[in-house]
Design a protein. Structure first.
Length: 440
């Protein structure tokens, strides 16, 4: 049911802030695009996004029009962009971009009169949205950034990984002291959080209404992701994503080396690239499994999905990950997931779609990951059962159309009471004015 059916055709007027919004990409740019596309099914949306997203958006809209979506492209002047390099250069630029967006949004709000403002991307709990200063309710999120690797794992990090986590911890601490971050948390009508960790952080900033809601979804056209039949005497493991310390691929390699002792024909495909690649290649040599490990490199999304379809299990040993798209794509391809019981995967993966491993120490994780993989390699019936359960879970819970309906209901619940109270106040004011006249 379209939520606007009982409003005499009137659609809510929604302002969406989506710094990252690109129909041709995954992660946050893809999330921004899908949320905009879904909400334009139900409401009239105005979208403020970066100017570099204009080309990809207009190409798609030319083929698949979104008549209820109006795009506003904004960037800071060139003299404020030349230093936008590296992660923290991007974060500073984003902060200033958000400040600039406020003045654009204020102008549009005077002209349009938005019923609701939705800040979509970037979505970190320690970065504010200045749109909270506008006289309309703000929906903030789904936000993430509240999870960290367990302290017991820091000792196994490379220097690069240790430096990254240290700087990230400092940045989050500074962000939590920002009065605009606290203002955003306190004034938001509703905060959607990706994980329990992020929910706890937002509550500590003073937010009063925080719900769990994953920002990741899948398209309904999943048929192309269905893999061929499982082959006997072959057990192929995949990991998909950037080669970063936080992804825990070194733990995955060590677990695979243990698996090799009993299943020598097994293979491990690492799909992606990143700063940890050389270290991982060296580790595979040291563990004596280099000939059974395939570093596939970075590739277009379609090719990466084709690689997934040739594998049996996704190994996702990430130490924190708000809502990994790799897990959803693998489950859609009927791959059970073996992951750590942390962050987003702890909520994404169920007993019917994979195996979650507790994360106490690196040694324990390697041992338990290897044992979980061995269970699946040695039990085809369990492998097939979890494969079917993985696909069923995605179809039932992660379809973008279903998420769009859920968000439309959230919009409705936030807007209706406010308008009803406004109408009640107007009626009360008219009645008081009328009674005064009569009494006079």
């Amino acid at each position: 049911m379209n939520p606007s059916d009982d409003r005499n055709g009137r659609r809510w007027r929604i302002l969406i802030s989506a710094y990252a919004c690109d129909p041709g990409r995954g992660s946050e740019p893809g999330v921004g695009w899908h949320l905009v596309r879904q909400m334009s099914r139900f409401e009239e949306v105005w979208v403020i996004t970066r100017a570099n997203n204009r080309g990809p958006i207009e190409q798609v809209v030319a083929r698949e029009p979104l008549p209820n979506a109006h795009f506003v492209y904004f960037d800071l002047p060139p003299w404020m962009r030349f230093w936008k390099r590296g992660q923290f250069g991007v974060l500073l630029y984003y902060y200033l971009w958000q400040a600039g967006v406020y003045f654009i949004a204020r102008k549009f709000h005077r002209e349009v009169g938005f019923d609701l403002i939705h800040h979509v991307t970037f979505a970190k709990y320690w970065a504010p949205s200045f749109l909270v200063l506008l006289p309309a309710p703000l929906l903030w999120g789904p936000i993430g950034g509240g999870d960290s690797p367990p302290r017991a794992f820091w000792g196994a990090f490379s220097f690069r990984g240790m430096l990254y986590e240290t700087i990230r911890a400092i940045a989050r601490s500074i962000g939590q002291l920002d009065p605009f971050v606290r203002l955003t948390a306190r004034r938001s009508a509703l905060v959607l959080a990706n994980t329990q960790g992020s929910r706890s952080k937002v509550l500590s900033l003073g937010a009063k209404n925080v719900h769990l809601f994953s920002h990741m979804g899948m398209e309904t056209r999943l048929g192309a992701l269905t893999p061929k039949s499982f082959e006997l005497n072959r057990f192929r493991i995949a990991s998909l994503g950037r080669f970063l310390q936080l992804k825990g691929y070194d733990l995955g390699l060590r677990a695979f080396a243990r698996l090799q002792r009993n299943f020598p024909e097994s293979e491990y495909w690492l799909i992606g690239d990143g700063p940890e690649r050389k270290r991982l290649e060296k580790l595979s040599v040291e563990l004596g499994v280099r000939d059974r490990v395939k570093f596939c490199g970075s590739m277009p999304r379609g090719d990466a999905l084709a690689c997934l379809a040739e594998c049996d299990v996704l190994l996702h040993p990430s130490l924190y990950d708000s809502a990994p798209s790799a897990c959803l794509e693998a489950m859609a391809a009927q791959l059970p997931i073996v992951c750590l019981n942390l962050s987003g995967p702890a909520l994404q993966i169920t007993e019917t779609s994979g195996i979650r491993i507790p994360a106490e120490t690196p040694q324990q994780v390697v041992r338990d990951l290897a044992a979980a993989l061995a269970r699946l390699a040695g039990d085809p019936a369990l492998l097939h059962s979890l494969a079917k359960g993985a696909r069923a879970h995605v179809e039932a819970n992660c379809d973008w159309n279903r998420k769009g309906e859920q968000l439309a209901a959230i919009y409705d619940n936030l807007i209706r009471p406010r308008l009803q109270n406004h109408v009640s106040d107007e009626i009360s004011a008219e009645w008081k004015g009328s009674s005064c006249q009569i009494g006079g």
